[in-house]
Ligand binder design. Structure first.
Ligand code: 8LK
Length: 230
């Protein structure tokens, strides 16, 4: 656990920022809940309720109903809500975010572009906004935790979770999202990495994964302390 008594991890006027990345069903919520018990950690879950209710419109449902029609609308709003989370002020020294403006652009928009699910013109507008945000807003991060899974395991979890909007998500879509996460965070062949990556085996079940978190706590702490001293 991030121990109290640690010197405040304020880096460059913002909290030490950890983004938790991984496929749909990779256990990000379980990870966040585990670290949420610490007073020094501000946990920001994915703002899915905002995506489900943008002035009464369920953008998440619309996107999965007709991805080509709604991908731009949905991804534009995701980018805005992620910007809000990156820049949200907190008195905690550590901010833990579920996904980020980076996975929005590098995984989801990129995947949609590769598969022709978003028009090139729409992706270009999102990218221009993304580049502007990176230049003028403080969306820097200090550490990436990659919850690494296999597509088979997350497909099974997604089916069990049974989220209404995700009923139409196919194994192929999850596999494609898996591949792009792998390219970005494991093989490191896609775009830039905004911070160092810690990779966890997130195929483990709920009990096993807690042990995996415990194993990585000193590692994460070490990274934080190194960063604070630097
Ligand atoms: O994570 C909740 C749901 O939203 C899941 O079905 C995947 C989808 N989603 C998406 O399509 N694009 C996204 C995110 C989530 C998160 C980011 C940053 N971009």
């Amino acid at each position: 656990m991030f121990t109290s008594g640690m010197s405040p991890a304020k880096t460059r006027g913002r909290p030490f920022t950890v983004i938790v990345e991984g496929n749909i069903g990779s256990g990000k919520t379980t990870f966040l809940n585990h670290f949420n018990r610490n007073a020094e950690v501000c946990v920001l879950a994915e703002p899915i309720e905002l995506w489900r209710n943008c002035k009464g419109q369920n953008l998440l449902a619309l996107m999965y109903e007709d991805i080509k029609r709604w991908s731009f609308t949905f991804q534009s709003y995701v980018q805005l809500t992620m910007l809000e989370q990156h820049t949200r002020k907190t008195s905690c020294p550590i901010k833990l975010m579920e996904r980020s403006i980076y996975s929005a652009r590098y995984c989801f928009v990129e995947k949609m572009l590769q598969d022709g699910l978003i028009h090139g013109a729409s992706a270009a507008v999102i990218d221009q906004q993304f580049q502007w945000i990176r230049s003028y807003a403080d969306v820097d991060v200090d550490l990436i935790v990659y919850l690494r899974t296999t597509p088979e395991v997350v497909y099974e979890r997604m089916m069990q979770r049974n989220r209404a909007e995700e009923k139409s998500v196919s194994f192929e879509y999850l596999k494609a999202l898996h591949d792009i996460h792998e390219d970005w965070l494991f093989h490191k062949t896609l775009y830039d990495l905004p911070a160092q990556v810690v990779v966890l085996d997130a195929n483990l079940d709920k009990e096993g994964i807690i042990d995996e978190y415990r194993k990585c706590e000193p590692h994460i702490l070490d990274k934080i302390m190194t960063n604070v001293k630097a």
